[in-house]
Design a protein around this ligand. Structure first.
Ligand SMILES: Cc1ncc(COP(=O)(O)O)c(C=O)c1O
Length: 509
């Protein structure tokens, strides 16, 4: 293929390559069904990096000009697909699709994730908390105490609902937050993830619509999809889902569930304000859907007073509340809980029994002994402090290393923050370039109910010491420069502006 690029031009190289391929099709030198050269060969031919060619192919794929098939190659398409093919009358994001955002299939996401398997790569893609804050010694002592005091009983089978004293403690904690919960309404699960999976199994039937905030927690999305449900994102602004949009979707789609992470909504990672919480509950009552409130991030908050959980506002059994010790103690314990009205609890307990009989007897009791020591408050303060310092380190690194076209939101809560690339850079293209330079992030499409690539990237800071964050973000800066971002990749692109000077502005997703 006879292609040329102009290195002195203002147009990014990948766009030049994409344009040149379109020109070849127009001239009839490439026909529908023809295979494009392997990315490595074309990169060698043009003397550019392979990631530049990959970005060009992805750009073409986004425009429907080519289709790639794993293990076979990339082929010229018959005619442009005309934007995202999954657009439906109910799709809540027509503006996004009109803007050219393309869906990223599960298969493609899996292929991209596999690219991360290379030595020295720093992955900011996970949602994991800070390893060095886990209270190892205190948990060891708690385990010791359980085995000394309770002996073999701590190793016996337990009821599917879980260890009663722990259920009492969780009910008391929620009472302090303003929710009136009886311990019999608490079911101990293997983390929030299992809570979401059990709710999916009990409440959902094939084809049911589940509304979700977006981006959302990918594990919940998987659980709902595995139950045969149809996930649909609710349009949101920086304060979280928009009640008017929720009302419209509920009228049209008659959803069975609405799943929310109200302590840390959307890319802005802000909590859902009190008035919207009330509106959401009014709408749940009016339209008859159940709200699944995932409160995993309640205690990992850096700013502002926490709102009471939705469960505290609910007097009509329209909320199922999910919680966990993963973000407050350690995720490897696999202890979480579902709080649901009596009618649901029996069914959920039955589903729990089918899944794994019950959560580990020993670990539930150790968590109970640990909580009895009263150390949890201090532990959470430590975790917030360490994660908060890393959050600062990441925002400083972003200001130093990222080109000015990239924006981010300052998170109020949670272990990660979100970036937005400018419209001509997809998260997939940025990911490929980033991995080549030894850093990875979460691709927004993997967290979006419609799987559209809106140029969003999720970066974990909580799990990484500041020096690692600095290296990772510097690598990301280089990757973005290779895609043509930043005026000259020199000093002028290294913003030293005030904190949050490139904070993302209000958005409706
Ligand atoms: C919003 C949210 N919910 C649930 C989970 C899973 O948590 P657990 O360890 O409690 O299953 C995560 C994990 O990162 C999460 O981000």
């Amino acid at each position: 293929m006879d292609l040329h690029v102009d290195r002195s031009g203002a147009i990014p190289l990948y766009q030049q390559i994409a344009q040149a391929i379109i020109e070849q099709v127009r001239l009839g030198r490439l026909a529908p069904g023809d295979r494009l050269p392997p990315t490595r060969d074309l990169a060698d031919q043009l003397d550019v990096t392979r990631s530049t060619v990959i970005a060009a192919y992805q750009d073409l794929e986004a425009r429907g000009r080519v289709a790639s098939h794993v293990g076979k190659g990339t082929f010229v398409q018959g005619r442009p697909a005309g934007g995202a093919s999954s657009q439906t009358a109910e799709d809540p994001t027509p503006a996004s699709q009109a803007a050219g955002h393309r869906p990223v299939s599960r298969e493609e996401l899996r292929r991209l994730v596999r690219m991360m398997d290379r030595p020295g790569l720093i992955s900011l893609a996970s949602g994991i908390p800070a390893l060095d804050t886990f209270p190892v010694e205190r948990l060891r002592r708690a385990l010791d105490t359980v085995l000394k005091r309770q002996g073999a009983a701590a190793l016996q089978y337990d009821s599917p609902e879980g260890y009663w004293p722990l259920r009492e403690r969780i009910a008391a904690y929620l009472d302090r937050l303003g929710a009136v919960v009886h311990p019999a309404e608490v079911l101990i699960t293997s983390g929030t993830q299992q809570g979401a999976a059990l709710v999916a199994r009990v409440l959902l039937r094939q084809g049911d619509v589940v509304l979700l905030d977006q981006p959302t927690y990918a594990g919940a999305l998987d659980a709902f999809e595995a139950a045969g449900a149809r996930p649909v994102g609710v349009p949101a602004d920086d304060e979280g889902i928009l009640p008017e949009a929720l009302d419209g979707l509920a009228r049209k789609l008659r959803p069975r569930l609405l799943y929310l992470v109200p302590a840390c909504q959307g890319p802005a990672a802000r909590q859902l304000p009190a008035d919207r919480r009330r509106r959401v509950l009014d709408l749940a009552r009016q339209h008859g859907f159940t709200v699944v409130e995932d409160d995993s991030f309640r205690e990992l908050r850096y700013a502002g007073r926490p709102e009471p959980p939705l469960r505290a506002l609910d007097d009509s059994d329209h909320v199922i509340h999910l919680g966990s010790f993963s973000k407050t103690l350690a995720p490897g314990l696999r202890v979480g809980y579902v709080v649901a009205g009596g009618a649901w609890l029996d069914d959920l307990a039955e589903a729990k029994q089918t899944a794994d009989l019950h959560t580990s007897t020993l670990i539930q009791r150790a968590v109970d002994v640990y909580l009895d020591s009263g150390d949890l408050e201090a532990q959470m303060r430590r975790t917030r402090e360490v994660s908060g310092q890393r959050r600062e380190a990441m925002m400083n690194a972003l200001r130093r290393h990222l080109p000015p076209e990239v924006e981010w939101w300052e998170p109020e809560a949670g272990p990660f923050l979100w970036l937005r690339f400018p419209p001509d850079v997809t998260a997939v293209a940025a990911f490929v370039a980033a991995v080549e330079r030894g850093v990875a992030f979460g691709i927004g499409a993997g967290f979006a109910p419609d799987r559209l690539d809106r140029g969003l990237a999720r970066l974990n800071f909580a799990a990484h010491p500041p020096a690692e964050i600095e290296t990772a973000v510097a690598r990301l800066g280089e990757a973005l420069a290779s895609l043509g971002l930043g005026p000259d990749q020199g000093a002028s692109s290294r913003g030293d502006g005030p904190a949050g000077s490139r904070r993302a502005g209000p958005t409706v997703l």
